[in-house]
Design a protein around this ligand. Structure first.
Ligand code: PLP
Length: 361
């Protein structure tokens, strides 16, 4: 099992460099650079006294707001302290014996599966296909598998699963009575996110469990808020029974209620991601020492093409820039790195810094 070391640990890096965490230019965590929505900042100040009471244990207002956001029945929603809590509680409730996951993919699935003693099988994505999920995945769905976890778009590759393949996977999983968990933590960063989400399928596929996060697109990773969606009400009951009470604090619940209604923030974020995704990707195309995989979301997987540059993370740290090494992902190695797409000033700094590393040694 790979050790779950994530991006975003600016505290460890700052201590090593002898600087303040705020001085680290952090490309290792994939967070919307527009920062906390102003609508939530205002709501937080106006509702500071929420701290004096317990949150609603059923989080009804939050669940109603999420239901409206997706135009779905609120009974299909379960909320948690980040998508991470939902991943762990769903897996505890589903109790899989043999699970199939992508390699590489988000590391916490494996930790959650290990916690319930589940055997993990990997579908190794092929570098020559730019790590997309191909038809071969269907053959890997053998009869002992009882849970499939897909991350769409996948982290760290930034690749989407094509609709036709996804449809086949949905049908095959239903036929073979395999539960299917799809993590859509980065969905809002996509072009046409609603079309690319599988939320519309939850009524037809009772074996389908969708994971969503509000921490990335709405820039709330320190607050922790996520949710799960499924049309399987019995299983949602089981998930509720394994969860601890009040895992979402009052401010996180308030944030969830407010941000999903903030159309202005959503529109500005879309404008930013559309422009900067192209800008950064194009910038990387001009650097022959790296291969950049075309991104669907707000982060880009890079491969250094010459072994002398596997120390890229260290080299950039000398300039106070932190990128995510992908050496601890199954099926990747120390030649791979992931960078977040940030604002124009930061993106330009990264491109300049990379040029300096490659051309000036
Ligand atoms: C694919 C994926 N799912 C879920 C999470 C966890 O999200 P949250 O911050 O909501 O717990 C992450 C965090 O990096 C992630 O990359």
């Amino acid at each position: 099992m790979k050790i779950a070391k994530h991006g975003g640990n600016i505290y460890e890096v700052a201590e090593k460099l002898g600087i303040q965490p705020s001085e680290v230019l952090d490309f290792s965590a994939n967070i919307n650079p527009l920062g906390v929505p102003t609508s939530f900042r205002k709501a937080l100040i106006e509702n500071i006294s929420l701290i004096e009471s317990y949150p609603d244990p059923y989080y009804q207002r939050l669940i109603q707001a999420i239901g409206k956001y997706h135009q779905i029945n609120p009974n299909y929603i379960t909320v948690g302290n980040g998508a991470t809590e939902i991943i762990f509680s769903m897996i505890s409730a589903l109790k899989p014996k043999q699970a199939l996951i992508l390699a590489p993919t988000f590391l916490e699935y494996e930790r959650a599966l290990a916690k319930v003693g589940c055997e993990v099988h990997y579908y190794r994505l092929k570098e020559e296909l730019d790590f997309i999920v191909d038809e071969g995945f269907l053959k890997a769905l053998h009869e002992e598998i009882d849970l499939v976890i897909l991350c769409n778009p996948n982290n760290p590759t930034g690749q989407m699963i094509h609709h036709e393949i996804m449809d086949k996977i949905l049908d095959r999983c239903r036929e073979q009575r395999i539960n299917l968990m799809i993590d859509e933590a980065f969905n809002e960063f996509l072009d046409c996110p609603d079309e690319k989400s599988m939320i519309s399928r939850i009524e037809s596929y009772k074996n389908l469990y969708i994971i969503r996060s509000l921490t990335k697109f709405f820039a709330l990773p320190g607050l922790r808020i996520g949710y799960g969606i499924s049309g399987n009400l019995d299983m949602l009951q089981k998930i509720a029974s394994v969860k601890e009470p009040w895992t979402i604090n009052s401010f996180a619940a308030l944030a969830g209620e407010v941000v999903v209604k903030d159309q202005e923030y959503i529109c500005c974020s879309k404008a930013w991601i559309d422009t900067e995704r192209e800008f950064l990707f194009e910038g990387f195309q001009g650097i022959p020492q790296i291969k950049a995989y075309r991104p669907a979301a707000n982060y880009i997987l890079l491969k250094v093409l010459d072994d002398q540059y596997v120390f890229l993370q260290e080299k950039l740290l000398e300039k106070n820039i932190l990128i995510r090494s992908c050496s601890n992902y199954e099926n990747l190695n120390k030649s791979y790195f992931r960078v977040a797409i940030k604002d124009r000033e930061a993106n330009e700094k990264l491109i300049r810094a990379l040029r300096e590393v490659f051309y000036e040694g």
